[in-house]
Each structure stands twice: as structure tokens, then as C-alpha cells.
Design a protein around this ligand. Sequence first.
Ligand code: FMN
Length: 400
Amino acid sequence: MAFVEDFTPIPLEDTNLFKPIRVGDCMLRNRIVMPPLTRMRAHYPGNIPNRFWARKYYDQRSKSPGTMIITEGAFISPQAGGYDNAPGVWSSEQMTEWKSIFKKVHENGSYIWPQLWALGRAAYPEVLKRDGLRFDSASDGIYMDTEMESKAKNCKNLQHGLTKVEIKQYIKDYIHAAKNCMSSGADGIELHAANGYLINQFIDPISNKRKDEYGGSIENRARFILEIVDDLVQEVGSEHVGIRFSPYGTFGTMSGGENPTIMAQYCYIIGKLEERAQKGKRLAYIHLVEPRVTNPFLTEGQGAYSEGSNDFIYSIWKGNIIRAGNFALHPEIVEELVKDERTLIAYGRYFISNPDLVTRVAKGLPLNRYERDKFYVMSEEGYTDYPTYTEALSLGWSNA
Ligand code: FMN
């Protein structure tokens, strides 16, 4: 391990990034957010958060009091899953582990919001088949790619467009999951509507070819997400719900900025969220993956989409906005973005490798490099063993 080379940090402690802000019921002391980061260390069977390491991992990253942590994506039900080592939030066994994680983060004076996740066509069809589950999406047979198509065909679990009854069941599962999180001590929940997963598959015409009221037009493609939001708000309160979008994302074979109707689609959805907000049901925040990162599996800078920006959302949505996408190495951009009163910045990959990221951003300290090959492996290595800055210096790392 080593520090990132060719990076000139800027201390940001005197900028708005370190000005307190309210998000839902949480009084944050800084505007740095740890975004959802799947790490594939949960136990199989049962999708249980890792009993040995997960609490330590979140503890390390929440040490700076008043920091907002969004958890890795957590499945709302077995049917929403399809990865054996990602955690869930539907069972009491899972919630026992989550409770102890939430408690630890709160002991540090920080806040934690689980991200509610349903994979849809990004799941492994053979894993679902093994467990007697469907391979769901918005539409029949519109596969993410040819590899998924052949996997689905080989295991005879063809991609299935949800029936209306099944859509209602998913909504119930979101509610059940959100209530589980809230009653276990979470500060709120984030709906994962980004990065090509199930909700995004309904939003995007590339994957939604439905002919009923859930497809075929901008209004119809927005229906699933708005129904989920309305029921969630009813059950847990708008201040406890945030939502994540990736308007320019191409990950999961989504359209991205090349399709001009996508921007109109997001204007419509966000307009509907603002309409609800003005009637007293303002969500805690909207979380945006920036066009700076259209696919987080590429290296920083690669795959950036330069023909558009998320700035239009500020003209529609008047609440808090979290922005994510290659900001850790660009403090000069962060300095500009946080000049308003409602922008928070999420740092993904460098929160993996820098447990004390908040302090480093404040002081303008060097950053630990991350090890991509350890993002998703069942090991404590690459998970809880990244040193703080002080530890790195005592290990002899040089920041020359
Ligand atoms: N985004 C999600 O919405 N949910 C996830 O569970 C999730 N898992 C991720 C896991 C890894 C290992 C990485 C690298 C990214 C993941 N993302 C996920 C995307 C990040 O939250 C973030 O948007 C992206 O990495 C861009 O921010 P960055 O440039 O600061 O890393």
C-alpha cells in the first residue's frame, strides 16, 4: 500500500464542506458523505452482514463525529437479491448484525442510512434459480448483455418482466425493509434508483419495453419509483427517505447521456418529487452520480461524459443534493461545488482506502491508494486494514 502519487491535496476545512447541515433528523458536522459501497463480505447463506469485520469497517469510517454514512446496497428481499455475499435487510438475523453496526456508528456521533437495493436483471440468474427465484426486470427478455442472456438461457431462468401483482409485492418489500432499518436504529434509508438496477430498469427505455401503465412514456416509466416513494414516505416519513439517481450512468447497460429523452425523464421524476416536497413531503436528499463517473469500474477520469451536467436538477429540486463522482482527487472542484447551502459531496473509492478520509480532506493530507482487486473479496485484507494517516506515517510511508 502507498499514498496516491501526483496528487496535490488542498485543505478544505475552511470551506462550506465543513459547515454543519441538517439532513432529515441528522445534524451533520460536515458535508462529506460515505456513499454506498458494496464489498461482498456478507455471509452465505442468509446474506448476513459480516459478523467479524463489518462493524469495525463502519466504525473506522464514522470516527469523525457528525459524518453521514450510507451503507453498501442491502437487498430488500430474497427475490430482490441474487448475489450471495451482499447483505440483506429483510430477516431478523441480518438486522441483529445491522443493529450493532448502527449502534457503533452512533457511538461515534455519526449517522447511518442503509441503501435499499433490488438487482433486477443485474442479478445472477443461476443463483436465483438455485433458490427457486425469478430473474426479474421491467420487461421480458431484454438482457443486460449477451453474457447474461446465455447464463439465463443455460440455467433456464429467463428474464421476466414483473406482473402488476409482483410490482406491488416489491413495494411491500421496500416498506418491510425500510421499517426493519428504522426500527433497528437507522437514521433513514436511501432508495437505490441508480446504476442500472431494478428501479433504474423501469426508468430507462432501454430496459423498459412495457405496454402497460408502467412503460411506454415518461410518466409511466416514473410510476414504479413514485409509487415506492409514496408508500415509503407514508410509512417512515419523508425526512427519513433519500434517493439515488445516475442520470448519465451507462453501468448495467443503461442509456446514459446519449439518449436526450433520459434528461427529460429525470426532470419529470425530480419535478414530481419537488411537487411532493412543496406539499410538505420533502425527501431528506437527492443523491446524484455525476457524469464524471459513468462506470465506477473504470479508473478515475475514464468514461467521464462531458456533454452534460447534473446542474439542471438544482433548478427543479430545492432540497439537499449529494453529488458523487471522482471528487477525492479534485478538491478544487469540491471547493466550488460546496459554495451553495445545500450541496454535500460523496467520496466513494477513497473512503474504501482511507478510514480517516474526513480528517484528510479537512487538512489536505495525502490519500492512501485503493486496491481494486480487494473491493469484492471475502477477506479482511483490503477492508479494515487500510491505515489512518498517522498509522501510515508510522509504517514509514512517504508523502514526498
Ligand atoms: N453505488 C451504489 O449506489 N450502491 C452500491 O452498493 C455501490 N457499490 C459500489 C462498490 C464499489 C467497490 C465501487 C467502486 C462503487 C460502488 N458504487 C455503488 C458507486 C459509488 O457509490 C460511487 O458512486 C462511485 O464509486 C463514484 O464515486 P467515487 O469516484 O468517489 O468513487
